[in-house]
Design a protein around this ligand. Structure first.
Ligand SMILES: *Cc1c(COP(=O)(O)O)cnc(C)c1O
Length: 352
């Protein structure tokens, strides 16, 4: 059976350029915060339109650093979706705050903006919508609600987009990572823009928050051996930045291949019992995952397997049902149901 992600095929496409880029880092010896890290941050700022890009070690740390920068602390509540990868809620809990789960929309798998207001309390400090599978949630509605409730509560409710699966996507003409107060992404190899190890980045157009995040990323230091706050060690390796600089040149082309594959799947399954994903009004979906819904998932998965087509389930258990976060007060029937129906199909960008 083919692999679900054709990482090797992609490397073969850009092999010479990537080898050379890595070789340059080896020759320079600047493995930590080398020139390529700065160059990548500046290119990602231009690409997204966000004023600041702060790279870091992975997409999970990106979430944690963003929340540390806005002062999320024990007792705070952060609203998010249960229909996501564990990292979104895990980092909230690691900071001692409480993930408050809001159900999703059936048509898009994204947090239902209409259900957020009823979960806001005086302890709510942030909302983390996840741009799941590569499509941005209803950011205008979410930003507007956060602003209204910030006024009522007398403290700011920040909106943090978890864009780990949606780098390159668009919402009303603006790029994912530039549609909220802060955004985080991941460069894990299988994400839309992936490196060859772990990597991540945080985006904001707020100067003060950007400065805090830069300090937190390196032990809370403002200059060498001077520490203004308690931070972490979470830098992006120069070698990974060099790989990403090469891959960024081909990134828009890859998005178009993803969108073409999606179109082909749509044609193939139109009129069958397989429900294909939709691109919402005003959005550009990058299909970080191509995830369909099917009532009898097991037999469909088995049928594909016999044809040599690998599939994956993103995700089999919603976070409010995970032992780590068990929350019987989080009523999320749509999320519960869809977790039994979703199946991701391979994108195979370069394997044919
Ligand atoms: C992958 C992912 C993360 C975490 O990124 P890592 O780089 O693996 O730490 C966070 N949120 C979502 C939605 C993800 O898909």
């Amino acid at each position: 059976m083919k692999p679900f992600f054709d990482i090797q095929a992609q490397y073969q496409m850009y092999k010479e350029e990537i080898n050379q880029a890595i070789q340059e880092v080896l020759d320079s010896g600047n493995f930590i915060m080398g020139l390529q890290v700065k160059m990548l941050e500046s290119e990602l700022e231009s690409y997204t339109g966000a004023k600041h890009c702060v790279t870091c070690a992975n997409g999970t740390d990106a979430l944690q650093i963003a929340m540390m920068a806005i002062g999320i602390k024990p007792g705070d509540e952060v609203i998010t979706t249960p229909f996501t990868f564990i990292a979104t809620a895990e980092t909230i809990a690691l900071l001692g705050a409480k993930p408050v789960f809001v159900d999703i929309e059936e048509s898009s798998f994204l947090i239902d903006a209409d259900l957020i207001a009823e979960k806001i309390t005086p302890r709510t400090k942030a909302i983390i919508p996840v741009s799941l599978y590569g499509q941005v949630a209803d950011m205008d509605a979410i930003n507007k609600m956060a602003k209204e409730h910030s006024h009522k509560l007398g403290h700011k409710i920040y909106v943090i987009e978890d864009a780990a699966q949606s780098f390159g996507a668009e919402y009303k003409g603006n790029k994912s990572c530039n549609v909220s107060d802060i955004a985080t992404t991941s460069f894990f190899p299988t994400k839309p823009l992936g490196c060859y190890g772990d990597g991540g980045a945080i985006f904001t157009s707020n100067d003060e928050i950007a400065q805090k995040m830069r300090e937190i990323r390196v032990h809370g230091q403002s200059k060498r051996y001077y520490h203004t706050s308690v931070g972490v060690n979470s830098r992006l390796d120069t070698i990974q930045a060099a790989v990403l600089l090469v891959k960024l040149r081909y990134f828009d082309q890859e998005i178009e291949i993803r969108r073409k594959r999606a179109q082909e799947y749509f044609k193939q399954y139109q009129g069958t019992e397989i429900v294909t994903p939709i691109e919402l009004q005003g959005r550009k979906h990058v299909y970080g995952q191509y995830t369909v819904r099917v009532k009898d998932r097991e037999s469909f998965q088995e049928r594909l397997k016999l044809q040599g087509i690998p599939t994956t389930i993103h995700y089999p258990v919603p976070l409010n049902k995970q032992p780590a976060f068990e929350d019987k007060y989080a009523f999320c029937p749509v999320s519960d149901r869809l977790s039994d129906e979703v199946l991701s199909l391979p994108m195979c960008l370069y394997s044919e």
